[in-house]
Design a protein around this ligand. Structure first.
Ligand code: PBG
Ligand code: ZN
Length: 322
């Protein structure tokens, strides 16, 4: 049936009609809020390249988590900035490391909030790489042992879920084995499966001081042009036991999110990363675009592409807007 019988505009005439035919709905249940924890007390330090996001000391982070829980956001993703970085990222696995202390503190105050931890070496090493460096290269298999220990130490301290972001081969299966061997077979793994070597991570690297001190991350993170390879990464992580897979960054990879959702029966999360956040903030600060409409449009399109969950620094803004 063609025009003039068919008129697509009939169902767009007012907001109520538009509401009735809306195909995609973002829910507060979809949101995961990333947070940064640093040493000290009473610290709430704004991250210069991420206005509105902060490095919190443990005490302040607990307060922030209470707010997040009260808003109804189901989960947070925690990143640690250690007191001391070293060659092997020792503090990352320490019983009283920054993340381990944080987990214990939040657990006491926020009963229903799901605590997810980033599992990676780069936040804890002086060289800023995501693995053990041997002769100037990141050694895959030696890194696995470290990641297993780190994940286990997070879970012992109270993590509800672990999210390995290193992109080493075999790490999901390795971590699964380590957790299961200690009786933690009920702890899910959210794997950063399709993580592209991206310029959009730079503000994050400022936030946690983890920029690689030599070279780049292209020998482990994915090459932007490759979608078939991304699907293979996802398939492998699922076989190794991933419970949720992440595609990252989100907006430059909506096609990957879409294919992942179509081809696999597993929850897909999309990470709307620091650089995506920074661009919106910078343009909004200049009055070049309307922040709220950009946030809602972005998150809706990520959901429409197929994401079941969205990791976003805008989570609180979205929760308040819904
Ligand atoms: C650590 C890690 C990074 C991000 C999440 N975990 C940085 C990186 O791999 O360089 C990026 C998050 C963001 O940019 O918001 N491996
Ligand atoms: Zn890393």
């Amino acid at each position: 049936m063609l025009f003039p019988i068919t008129r697509m505009r009939r169902l767009r005439r007012n907001e109520t009609l538009r509401r009735m035919v809306r195909e995609t709905r973002v829910s507060i249940d979809d949101l995961i809020y990333p947070l940064f924890v640093c040493p000290g007390t009473k610290v709430k330090e704004e991250i210069p390249s991420m206005p509105g996001q902060y490095r919190y000391s443990v005490d302040m982070l607990v307060e922030e988590c209470k707010t997040v829980e009260q808003l109804g956001i189901p989960a947070v993703l925690l990143f640690g900035i250690p007191e001391n970085k070293d060659q092997l990222g020792t503090e990352g696995c320490a019983e009283n490391g920054i993340i381990q202390q944080t987990l214990q503190a939040i657990k006491k105050e926020c009963r229903s909030l799901i605590l997810i931890t980033d599992v990676c070496m780069c936040e804890y090493t002086v060289h800023g790489h995501c693995g053990v460096v041997v002769d100037g290269e990141v050694d895959n298999d030696r890194t696995l042992e470290y990641l297993g220990r780190m994940a286990l130490s997070h879970v012992i301290a109270g993590a509800d879920m672990v999210a390995p972001s290193d992109m080493m081969d075999g790490r999901v299966g390795y971590i699964r084995d380590v957790l299961d061997a200690d009786g933690y077979n009920n702890i899910p793994i959210m794997a950063y499966s399709a993580k592209f070597a991206s310029g959009f991570f730079d503000p994050f690297r400022d936030a946690v001081y983890c920029a690689p001190q030599f070279g780049d991350r292209k020998s482990y993170q994915m090459d932007t042009p490759n979608i078939e390879e991304a699907l293979r990464e996802i398939a492998l992580d699922i076989e190794e036991g991933a419970d949720i897979v992440i595609v990252k960054p989100a907006l430059p990879n909506l096609d990957v999110i879409s294919r992942a959702k179509q081809e696999f029966s597993i929850p897909v999360a999309a990470y709307n990363v620091s650089g995506e956040y920074a661009m919106v903030k910078a343009a909004a600060a200049n009055g070049w675009l309307d922040e709220t409409s950009i946030i809602m449009e972005s998150v809706t399109s990520i959901k429409r592409a197929g994401a079941d969950m969205i990791l976003t620094y805008f989570a609180k803004d979205i929760a308040r807007k819904l």
